[in-house]
Design a protein. Structure first.
Length: 202
């Protein structure tokens, strides 16, 4: 009985080793290298990727070539189809995208640690096709500054945190309603008319 048990354990060990060698081979693949100065893509990504229902991976970089202060991009899981959806070249939009992206339907939500009207960071949205960019919130210190973490979007509300700001400048937890698409479309139509009226001498 003892010999039979030893032989069985030996065969099991050989079988498990064979499975490890054939079915569980470890592979590592670099899907994308950043910092190609002839094709501005951004560089130094710091945050996790978000995968959409289309299978695409969405991410952001913290900086970029020349005047670029960060980018939002998408890429296929096999490394193909890399596309920059948004170049952050206007400080008012935000700079230094540390917090990553949260996907809700076909809309990406993210934060910029710096930039905006007060330089304390922004909360923004962007459609997965690269359209519809909007700064939802300009942080101003008292309501938080330097948003760094990933956002949570649930039941039409966006939740997040800031690293600094608030009453004691030790950070905040915040929530804000997700922008209403109908209101956004109405504002897009009305703003040019409002600006024309403001510029009219009458």
């Amino acid at each position: 009985m003892g010999d039979m048990r030893q032989k069985t354990l030996a065969w099991l060990a050989v079988f498990v080793t064979a499975l490890e060698m054939t079915g569980c081979a470890q592979t590592f693949t670099t899907l994308r290298s950043f910092g190609v100065f002839t094709n501005i893509t951004g560089y130094r990504p710091e945050s996790a990727l978000a995968q959409g229902p289309d299978g695409m991976l969405y991410g952001c970089t913290t900086s970029g070539e020349g005047p670029v202060n960060g980018t939002v991009f998408k890429i296929q899981p096999d490394g193909s189809g890399f596309t920059v959806l948004k170049w952050f070249t206007n400080t008012a939009d935000g700079t230094l995208l540390n917090g990553g992206l949260t996907l809700d339907g076909n809309v990406l939500y993210g934060t910029a640690t710096l930039g905006g009207n007060s330089g304390d960071g922004t909360l923004f949205k962007l459609n997965t096709n690269g359209t519809g960019f909007q700064v939802i919130k300009d942080f101003g210190g008292g309501d938080g500054r330097a948003p760094l973490s990933v956002l949570t979007v649930t039941n039409g509300v966006i939740y997040g945190t800031t690293f600094f700001g608030g009453n004691s400048d030790f950070g905040t937890v915040f929530s804000t309603a997700r922008p209403c698409p109908a209101v956004a479309r109405a504002m897009a139509l009305c703003l040019p008319l409002i600006r024309m009226a403001q510029a009219s001498p009458c």
